[in-house]
Design a binder for this molecule. Sequence first.
Ligand code: MN
Length: 162
Amino acid sequence: MKIVQILFIITASILVMSCNQNKEKMENTKNELETIFPKGEKGSKEFFTGNAYPTSLVEADSVYNTFIGNVYFEPGARSNWHSHPSGQILIITDGIGYHQIEGKPIEIIKKGDVVKCPPNVKHWHGASVDVGLQQLYVIPDTPKGIVKWNDPVTDEQYLSKK
Ligand code: MN
């Protein structure tokens, strides 16, 4: 066998091996979200059910009057019912989750969605049962307040999505 043929066989073998490794890697991580921002500390049981990780990214100041942060929800995790005196915008950066305004059905939210929560409207948001959620929140005009917390979302309420 010529040296060129031997080199070809070696190169082809390495390519096949690395493709198989990539395939295994993708299969192992397909249910894990791509974390863009720091995960931070686990959120308080006082405000969240399950494993949720809120992290502030922009603290409001007199120039911007805007509060921006990230929340990573593991599957099954969700916020308590709450409202925002100045409203809130959610930008979903990965995964699948739920958002519900009081008195309305749960809506599915997913990567790429932008969701507006009007001022003083009671609602909650979090991950779906099987897939986590990563979301940015944008809260304007903080002198009115950032959030008013209410009761936890019960399992019955959370699982009411058909
Ligand atoms: Mn909210």
